[in-house]
Design a protein around this ligand. Structure first.
Ligand code: CO
Length: 222
């Protein structure tokens, strides 16, 4: 069996380095976590949440799944969301998609992967919901530009899905400060882009959604 010793060596070096910089770093963290942000991102190994935004352990609560989906029956995602909002009192939920998402590509091409096809069906639903917009990419409905568009639409839809959970709505109803953001990350340049679909109250969901969609039609509006 191939040994994974190098990972343990990496870990020891990292933990030594962190303690050199701040001798109390781990003892402080062991006492409590106090993150201000929940990150909902793709599992893709090229999109490492903490590194992208330069945050240390303890500063970012993280949920990742294939294609950064927020599904209303996904107990895993909902549990993370509830814990983050109700218990940790995070002020910001960031849904972060990324260009070049294999999940988006597979969903668009209708690739058969296996069980994951059922999960990726949610992306196909997003594409279907925006069929008129996506038809602009015909005849190559799987072109790079079409894929980029679906990555962006997916972020917008997942932000709305977070807003529609009982968790976000209850938090807003009791006056808790909470903003839901939609970002997209470029694997090719390491840069984040704000999709400008930040929602901070229930009454703003629809208008913010409409504005984000019309901004997609007119990139100069950025
Ligand atoms: Co992805």
């Amino acid at each position: 069996m191939k040994s994974l010793n190098h990972l343990f060596e990496n870990n020891r070096r990292w933990s030594d380095r962190m303690r050199e910089q701040d001798p109390t770093f781990f003892t402080e963290l062991a006492r409590q976590q106090n993150p201000q942000f929940l990150w909902i991102g793709c599992s893709d190994s090229r999109v490492p949440a903490n590194q992208i935004v330069g945050l240390l352990p303890g500063e970012l609560f993280v949920h990742r799944n294939v294609a950064n989906l927020v599904v209303h029956t996904d107990l895993n995602c909902l549990t993370v969301l509830q814990f983050a909002i109700d218990i940790l009192n995070v002020r910001h939920v960031i849904v972060c998609g990324h260009y070049g998402c294999s999940g988006v590509r597979a969903a668009m091409r209708g690739d058969r992967i296996g069980l994951a096809d059922n999960w990726l069906r949610h992306l196909q639903d997003v594409r279907q919901k925006h069929a008129a917009r996506m038809s602009a990419f015909k005849p190559d409905s799987c072109s790079a530009d079409a894929q980029k568009q679906l990555c962006e639409l997916n972020v917008i839809e997942q932000v709305v899905n977070v807003c529609q959970t009982t968790i976000a709505r209850d938090a807003w109803a009791r006056g808790q400060e909470l903003s839901i953001h939609g970002w997209i990350y470029g694997i090719e340049n390491g840069q984040l882009r704000d999709m400008k679909i930040t929602v901070d109250r229930e009454s703003a969901v629809e208008s913010t959604y409409d504005a984000a969609l019309s901004r997609l039609d007119d990139p100069r509006a950025e």
